[in-house]
Ligand binder design. Structure first.
Ligand code: NDP
Ligand code: GDR
Length: 370
């Protein structure tokens, strides 16, 4: 039985990866942060009572900013594979917390690699580093491959650049099996609520159900290569099962604007959106509502631009070329964008039915904009 340690196990990817590794017969350890509220909602279905014998899923308190904690957990768990997924992962928030982001996302990776070295586990323990298409930043060439130059455009991306290179360096300096997965945006029903896709699927659902008035967005011209997180965690695992440690781009090869994602999401609840205006004056109106369940008048303004969501420096275009992963890892995504949008919308419709009943019962529903 192989043992894996996942940092960031409570996040979107951590939850899907833990599920995948357990299904493959791994013993899985996860690192979670102490929080004043429960933060394990995404993995509660995997929970095993620690009082039972022979459990194969165990959580440990920890933090990527705490070296001694990481050394102790790695020593105790003696993992065959470490998946370093923990990060302050929100690009816009990284402009507000640049120093913390550098510490967790940049130095955090170094702490893991150094812990392995200190503990004499360089021959045993393989490391997956969650690298990102944000490294490409300002467009140098498209589609982006493993050899496209990096030009990071946020404190998050700069921290991840350090993490990328320190992973390469430990591989070359100490012969470690350490790899970067350069993953393009991947989403799912478990996606954090403040990333743009989930913000949109939640809003489309809530606006249709009368729970929210408007969706405020930033740059709708941005283009992203969106895949499904379930497909991408499969790639992470495959990256660590090869004879040689290497870095891989994981992407769908198709790019779409934020505006078109909005249209696709609203279409899932029978609402056609028409965009009018330009720049910060652009607005999305209800052009058609074919679902009799939802009482939306035609011409109602439901999408607006709020410049507060603009970033000081933006990544305008991402489109990945995953030929290497397809050839060497035999990796193929199962979901395309329409299937992803459908999955996210179906999940949010189920989720917000409860709020809809509460509203009907006279309860106040908060219109919370993030
Ligand atoms: P999430 O934001 O959903 O999850 C991040 C995880 O990291 C959470 O479990 C969070 O804990 C944990 N975490 C944050 N800071 C610390 C810290 N200091 N110490 C320990 N744990 C910490 O991200 P995703 O699941 O979407 O992404 C996983 C990784 O992949 C991240 O590193 C991200 O940067 C990277 N990535 C993501 C892509 C995507 O499109 N999703 C694309 C490319 C790379 P808590 O729950 O307590 O907040
Ligand atoms: P990104 O994802 O920055 O690509 O990072 P996000 O969903 O936050 O933004 C995608 C694009 O949408 C534009 N946008 C908005 N974004 C947010 N969050 N909120 C808005 O209201 C909004 N309006 C427009 C953004 O400007 C951007 O262009 C994600 C994270 O998961 C990173 O951790 C990961 O490394 C990269 O994907 C690949």
């Amino acid at each position: 039985m192989k043992t894996a340690l996942i940092t960031g196990v409570t996040g979107q990817d951590g939850a899907y990866l833990a599920e995948l590794l357990l299904s493959k017969g791994y013993k899985v350890h996860g690192i979670k942060r102490r929080s004043s509220l429960f933060n394990t909602e995404r993995i509660d279905h995997l929970y095993q009572d620690p009082h039972e014998q022979n459990i194969n899923f165990k959580l440990h308190y920890g933090d990527l900013t705490d070296s001694t904690n990481l050394i102790r957990i790695i020593q105790e768990t003696q993992p065959d594979e470490i998946y370093n997924l923990a990060a302050m992962s929100h690009v816009k928030v990284s402009f507000d917390t640049p120093e913390y982001t550098a510490n967790a996302d940049g130095l955090g990776t170094l702490r893991i690699l150094e812990a392995i070295r200190i503990l004499g586990l360089t021959e045993k323990t393989k490391v997956y580093q969650a690298s990102t298409s944000e490294l490409y930043g300002l467009v140098q060439a498209v589609p982006q491959t493993e050899t496209t130059p990096f030009y990071p455009r946020s404190p998050y991306a700069v921290a991840k650049l350090y993490a990328y290179w320190i992973t390469v360096n430990y591989r070359e300096a100490y012969g470690m099996y350490a790899c970067n997965g350069i993953l393009f945006n991947h989403e799912s029903p478990l996606r954090g609520e403040t990333f743009v896709t989930r913000k949109i699927t939640r809003a489309a659902t809530r606006i249709a159900m009368g729970l929210q008035d408007k969706l405020y967005l930033g740059n709708m011209d941005a283009k992203r290569d969106w895949g499904h997180a379930k497909d991408y965690v499969e790639a992470m695992w495959r990256i660590l099962q090869q004879d040689q440690p290497e870095d891989y781009v994981i992407a769908t090869g198709i790019t779409t604007t934020v505006r078109d994602f909005v249209k696709m999401a609203f279409a899932e609840v029978g609402i056609a959106i028409e965009f009018k205006g330009e720049g910060i004056d652009e607005k999305g109106y209800v052009a058609q509502c074919t679902n009799p369940e939802y009482q939306l008048e035609l011409g109602r303004e439901v999408v607006c631009v709020d410049p507060n969501y603009f970033r000081p420096t933006e990544v305008e275009l991402l489109i990945g070329d995953a030929t290497k992963a397809k050839t060497k890892l035999q990796w193929e995504p199962k979901y395309d964008l329409p299937a992803l949008v459908k999955d996210m919308m179906q999940s949010d419709i189920e989720l917000f039915k409860r709020d809809s009943y509460l509203l009907e019962g006279g309860h106040r529903i908060l219109n919370y904009h993030e």
